[in-house]
Design a protein around this ligand. Structure first.
Ligand SMILES: C[S@@+](CC[C@H](N)C(=O)[O-])C[C@H]1O[C@@H](n2cnc3c(N)ncnc32)[C@H](O)[C@@H]1O
Ligand SMILES: [Zn+2]
Length: 274
């Protein structure tokens, strides 16, 4: 299944060993760590996406199984589709859910391939360590390096939602699985760190151009000890916006029971669905 699109001319990128090349001769090397950089250069020179420290905090934390109920729900929802699957994970991070879903589909006898896209090179290096067979591209979800209409499924977990791009890359009748935090997600962690924590404002589940085939809310609590509390805080987008003094409150806590709350949507691309 060929899916990658040249970020310069929009042509199909074909892989020849360690290089991706389009018909017009634009070429992109596969880095030895297992990803290809297809980022359209924005000239800002700013840090892109999660850094090494955030990525390793998240890998270590996820591997302890605290988010496994979410992963099981995503595998169940992905299993409701039919046929072989080309899955694109937009904002894949280190690819935990990408791999869990692909494995679940393969276990049910289906052919399944995955493309992970993230602006963080460090996250993709970690994803390649999880599974060398993933195609991993540094790029933004706002300009996915994927051909139009090539994907059976798009996965979007805790990462920017780029509705038009997701519609563009999906086949007619294709599936979008989207996860976002509900109001009280990580509430006790916020209470521990901030004097005036505020609840999340979840998005409306409906999305134009998509049929919301199924909406689920998943809520449970986990109990963390010692360094796990700081690791969870480091995984959040709040970490780098928080003073050192407040960061320490999470790092120095001994035990914390914290709520996890996810909104999960299974969508079908509207229109001429098969
Ligand atoms: C909270 S993490 C979630 C990662 C993964 N989906 C998971 O749930 O484990 C958010 C990810 O989105 C990536 N990201 C942020 N902005 C992005 C963008 N515009 N395009 C693609 N990825 C982006 C970050 O680098 C990070 O890996
Ligand atoms: Zn090209």
């Amino acid at each position: 299944m060929t899916a990658l699109r040249c970020p310069v001319c929009g042509g199909t990128l074909l892989r020849q060993e360690k290089v991706f090349r389009c018909e017009k001769g634009h070429s992109f090397d596969l880095a030895r760590q297992g990803y290809v950089n297809l980022m359209v250069h924005n000239g800002s020179g700013k840090r892109h996406g999660d850094d090494k420290r955030m990525v390793s905090a998240r890998t270590a934390f996820l591997d302890k199984g605290f988010y496994d109920p979410l992963s099981r729900l995503l595998c169940e929802l992905a299993g409701k589709t039919e046929g072989d699957v080309l899955l694109a994970d937009a904002g894949c991070g280190e690819g935990k859910y990408t791999c869990d879903i692909l494995n679940a589909l393969k276990c049910s006898g289906r052919k399944a391939e995955g493309v992970g896209v993230d602006i963080s090179r460090e996250a993709l290096i970690a994803a390649a360590r999880r599974d060398r067979s993933l195609t991993l591209a540094v790029a933004s979800s706002a300009q996915l390096p994927l051909l139009s209409g090539c994907c059976d499924m798009v996965l979007n977990v805790f990462s920017p939602f780029c509705r038009e791009e997701f519609l563009r890359v999906l086949k007619p009748g294709g599936t979008l699985l989207r996860v976002w935090p509900l109001e009280q997600h990580l509430w006790e962690l916020k209470t521990l760190v901030y004097d005036e924590p505020y609840p999340n404002r979840p998005p409306e589940p409906e999305a134009e151009g998509f049929i919301l085939s199924e909406y689920r809310e998943l809520r449970y609590a986990i109990t963390l000890h010692g360094a796990e509390i700081g690791a969870l805080f480091e995984m959040t987008p709040y970490y780098y916006k928080t003073s050192r003094e407040d960061q320490r409150k999470a790092e120095e806590a001994a035990e914390l029971t914290v709520r996890l709350e996810f909104g999960v949507g299974r969508y079908t691309k509207a229109g001429d669905a098969p």
